[in-house]
Write a protein that binds this ligand. Structure first.
Ligand code: PEP
Ligand code: MN
Length: 367
């Protein structure tokens, strides 16, 4: 365990959420209208707890859309105000920190390309000195847990106590179905090393494509992650960054509705087990009743035979033998003696009734 990091619980952030925190919003803020429309769509779901938007975009190659910059902070904050949700954005330099704080951004996060470099993390941590704001630290792009822990420690050393890790997958040279390989053993090890640290999963950057988001988000919940950060855009296909992985707010609603928490899963597994076992009981009872019906039909025929041959219906010696035999058989099957005795008293009583009606009704009609 790492003694160096002690994080407060996610519930201390002052952001209400149900079983797990849901953060959503566009990869990039592109226009005031786009941020607001996305925020409204998300707020309608009633399940999103915090809005996100990238303001400064760390692009792999130069020349692509690099974010709208500072003014986007105000679009985001305003959209949050309009729908009543706190907001978060990525900061990659001390100036970003300063501008985000000035705009009233509620939670900050450090991106994967920043976490990787202590020379970048340290000045951000320094800019956070004396500030009480939750900070989320994405994993470094390479699968190095020490680097991830190191960035978290740097931020904590500046006095930040509301900390969380974001797992967004790791770059892999080998082609895989994921944009960034989840490598689940790393966040699992992080949880082992720092049990108090909330971990949020970012399925969007792990998957790189909408189709896989449900599966990855479910795995994160199965692993008891504390939250999800999922990118959404009012019109994903026209998004200026990460178009393939963003979901329309309504589609996000469907993903969230289909997710099962551990509790729900356990509940539905229990329910499925009970349904299954009760179905078996129903089948056994149906068979039991059918057999009892058959037994009574045989008794009735015996009754008619006895009557035709002048034999008395009640035969105490035969009954005593039958009962002893049944109790013995029951014992061999692990059934309680008294229980078998009582069952057979009822069965015998009813058999006699059927024999008598068989004896008085030689046509063999049922009563
Ligand atoms: C993002 O969240 O849009 C982003 C750039 O993420 P990452 O740092 O995980 O690549
Ligand atoms: Mn993105």
């Amino acid at each position: 365990m790492s003694d160096a990091i002690k994080a407060e619980k996610l519930t201390s952030w002052g952001i209400p959420f149900d079983e797990y925190l849901v953060v959503s919003g566009p990869c990039s803020a592109e226009s005031e209208e786009q941020v607001l429309a996305t925020a409204k769509g998300l707020a309608e779901l009633g399940r999103v707890n915090m809005l996100r938007a990238g303001i400064w975009k760390p692009r792999t190659r130069p020349g692509s859309f690099e974010g709208v910059g500072k003014e986007g902070l105000y679009w985001l904050k305003q959209a949050g105000k309009e729908v009543g949700l706190p907001v978060t954005c990525e900061v990659a330099t001390p100036q970003h920190v300063e501008e985000a704080l000035e705009a009233g951004i509620d939670v900050l996060w450090i991106g994967a390309r920043t976490t990787v470099n202590p020379f970048s993390v340290q000045p951000i941590a320094d800019a956070l000195k004396g500030v009480d704001i939750p900070v989320m630290v994405k994993n470094p792009i390479n699968p190095d847990i020490e680097l991830w822990l190191g960035a978290l420690e740097r931020v904590q050393t500046s006095g930040i106590t509301k900390l969380a890790a974001i797992h967004r997958g790791f770059t892999a040279y080998k082609k895989s179905r994921f944009r960034n390989k989840p490598n689940w053993k790393i966040p699992i090890e992080l949880r082992r090393r720092v049990p108090s640290l909330p971990i949020i999963c970012d399925p969007s950057h792990i998957c790189g494509t909408r189709a896989l988001i449900q599966e990855v988000a479910q795995t994160a919940l199965d692993l008891t992650f504390d939250g999800l950060m999922i990118e959404s855009h009012i019109d994903p296909d026209s998004a200026l960054s990460d178009a393939k992985q963003q979901l329309k707010p309504k589609a996000l609603g469907k993903v969230l509705a289909a997710l099962q928490t551990k509790k729900e899963k356990a509940g539905s597994e229990q329910a499925a087990y009970l349904d299954n076992m009760r179905g078996i009981l129903d089948q056994i009872d149906t068979a039991l009743l059918g057999l009892i019906r058959q037994r009574m039909d045989v008794s009735r025929s015996i009754g008619a035979f006895k009557k035709a041959n002048g034999i008395s219906v009640y035969q105490p010696k035969r009954w005593k033998q039958t009962l002893q035999q049944r109790i013995r058989q029951g014992k061999e099957l692990g059934l309680d003696e008294d229980f078998v005795l009582r069952v057979y008293q009822y069965v015998h009583e009813e058999s006699i009734r059927h024999q008598e009606s068989g004896a008085s009704d030689l046509t063999g009609e049922r009563d």
